[in-house]
Design a protein around this ligand. Structure first.
Ligand code: ZN
Length: 213
């Protein structure tokens, strides 16, 4: 009889998330090539498993990045600057966790500083760290906003993502040109309609009345 103690259960969880070898990953690609109906041994496909695995290292590099560390270095010499800081139109590439196909779009990230600011490129790096993982857009949006709020502790954070999901544009319902818009507003952006309106005017959302008041 198998007795599952808490410690063996932990080992099973660890085992299920253990990273396979590169060779095992390449074998999995060969299996998918055969599943698609092709021959992994033909000339054009011989190097494909290696290329796919290397592409995955780029697509999913976010698992090795720590967004909290990125935001830890801040600057306090701001001469009292206390207006919105906005990084607009951050190109974003992610992958849908249901179909493992690209989600491509733009993120807008704003915060209202409280005594300190962060290097502006760090906001883009935080977007990247969460985007380069398997995602759904709603969670991605929330993760970016929540992390900035928790680490930087500003007076508010606003994140809007507009993106096209290839699982919807190239398969299934086949609706090219459709973008999904998600937002997460915290602090002043959530509580103060004026601040929220100012942010929305700054990013110039088109057809996203759902975000307004
Ligand atoms: Zn999908």
């Amino acid at each position: 009889m198998n007795v599952v103690t808490p410690s063996t259960r932990r080992e099973q969880v660890a085992h299920s998330t253990e990273r396979p070898t590169r060779e095992a990953a390449e074998d999995a690609v060969r299996t998918l090539l055969r599943w698609a109906g092709d021959d992994p041994a033909r000339e054009g496909l011989v190097g494909t498993p290696d290329r796919v695995v290397r592409a995955y290292e780029e697509f999913f590099a976010g698992y090795d990045l720590d967004p909290v560390v990125m935001l830890e270095r801040t600057f306090e010499e701001t001469d009292g600057y206390d207006e919105i800081v906005l990084l607009r139109d951050i190109r974003m590439e992610s992958h849908c966790e249901h179909h493992m196909v690209p989600i491509i779009g733009r993120a807008h990230v704003a915060y209202l500083p409280h005594r300190r600011v962060v290097g502006i490129s760090k906001l883009a790096r935080v977007v990247e760290a969460y985007a380069k993982r398997l995602q759904i857009q709603e969670k991605l949006t929330a993760q970016i906003a929540n992390t900035i709020q928790e680490v930087l502790q500003p007076r508010g954070v606003a994140v809007v993502i507009e993106a096209a999901h290839q699982c919807m544009t190239t398969r299934g319902i086949h609706k090219p040109g459709v973008t999904m818009v998600t937002s997460r507003m915290l602090g002043a952006f959530r509580d103060d309609p004026t601040t929220r309106r100012e942010f929305l005017a700054m990013i110039g959302t088109r057809g996203t009345s759902v975000l307004g008041d």
